[in-house]
Design a protein around this ligand. Structure first.
Ligand SMILES: CCCC/C=C/CC(=O)SCCNC(=O)CCNC(=O)[C@H](O)C(C)(C)COP(=O)(O)OP(=O)(O)OC[C@H]1O[C@@H](n2cnc3c(N)ncnc32)[C@H](O)[C@@H]1OP(=O)(O)O
Length: 279
């Protein structure tokens, strides 16, 4: 994928500077050591191969710059945090493309889930499936209080199955029983329900999502990095290792599953339904 970097905005000081790429805006504040990363892939921030690639590059840049200790993930698109995996990447393409795409999805999850940075999701819009997965990799989730902003792993509603590492990430967050129901029924939770089940940590008025994320960040950043990072690693490494050990097999499983005629039909019908919703 071609990566076009955005030009820094005019202004003085680090906090006025933006960097990033066409689909991932990065607003760094060197003074506080916090950067805000915004998905910008209109209309719905679907996780296309380009977006995944750009996101991984921007995250790596922040990880390698010792100025930054915390990142807030949010959306630049109104009303949607992320619509999840890009269905057009999983429909009507060839096996090599599916394999490349799935490797990028795995890579993003692996990097986020064990990131040394403090990651906070400021969820300012709908957050289904892969969007929810990204938020689940964060250390803390704040959701805007809007009944349209549903969150959850709804894969079964599309006739597909969340892979084991999506499932593990959910189980690590809300527990086994709640995950069993949520995954089988493809539940998309309203903000109050998401809070109750522990899928998000806070629900706040829409105009306070980012400011809340910044104050929560200050609390997490008050902890010495090495102690916090080792603790995070201790909590998450077993889950990550399960995928690392069978990465290629997981890609092969995905490719053969997604290539089935029945799955292709389900996905195409789901996409059609999304499009017809407008008419
Ligand atoms: C073994 C396989 C495991 C893989 C696991 C998969 C996990 C996934 O992430 S699959 C993706 C699941 N995502 C969803 O179910 C969400 C679908 N989208 C929506 O529900 C709504 O779009 C959303 C609530 C996010 C936003 O609603 P609106 O603001 O009303 O927008 P529209 O629905 O009108 O959509 C605008 C435009 O975007 C297209 N779209 C939406 N989602 C996706 C997507 N995930 N991938 C690709 N394209 C998507 C939608 O079709 C519309 O297109 P146009 O009609 O051409 O404008």
């Amino acid at each position: 994928a071609t990566i076009r970097r955005t030009e820094p905005t005019a202004g003085s000081g680090d906090s006025a500077r933006r960097f990033g790429t066409q689909r991932v805006l990065v607003e760094p504040d060197a003074a506080s050591g916090v950067a805000v990363m915004k998905f910008k892939n209109p209309p719905v921030n679907s996780l296309s191969l380009e977006l995944l690639t750009e996101f991984i590059i921007s995250l790596e840049k922040l990880e390698n710059d010792k100025t930054f200790r915390g990142v807030i993930l949010t959306s630049d698109c109104p009303r949607v945090f992320s619509a999840g995996l890009d269905l057009t990447e999983m429909c009507g393409k060839n096996p090599a493309h599916y394999a490349e795409y799935w490797k990028a999805v795995q890579e993003l999850w692996l990097r986020l889930y064990l990131s040394n940075l403090v990651l906070i999701a400021a969820i300012n819009g709908a957050c289904p499936a892969g969007g929810c997965l990204i938020s689940l990799t964060c250390d803390y989730r704040i959701l805007a209080d809007n009944p349209k902003y549903l969150i959850g792993l709804n894969e079964t509603l599309l006739g597909i199955v969340a892979p084991f590492w999506f499932k593990d990430t959910l189980v690590n967050t809300i527990g086994h029983r709640a995950s069993e129901q949520a995954l089988q029924l493809g539940l998309l939770f309203l903000p109050a329900e998401a809070l109750q089940v522990g899928l998000v940590d806070q629900v706040v008025p829409e105009d306070q999502v980012l400011s809340t994320a910044l104050s929560v960040m200050a609390r997490w950043m008050a902890i010495p990095d090495h102690a916090r990072q080792l603790t995070k690693n201790m909590m998450r490494k077993t889950t990550v290792d399960r995928l690392v050990k069978q990465r290629d097999a997981d890609i092969q499983n995905f490719v053969s599953f997604i290539s089935r005629d029945s799955i292709q039909k389900s996905l195409q019908m789901y996409l059609e339904k999304l499009k017809q919703k407008k008419g």
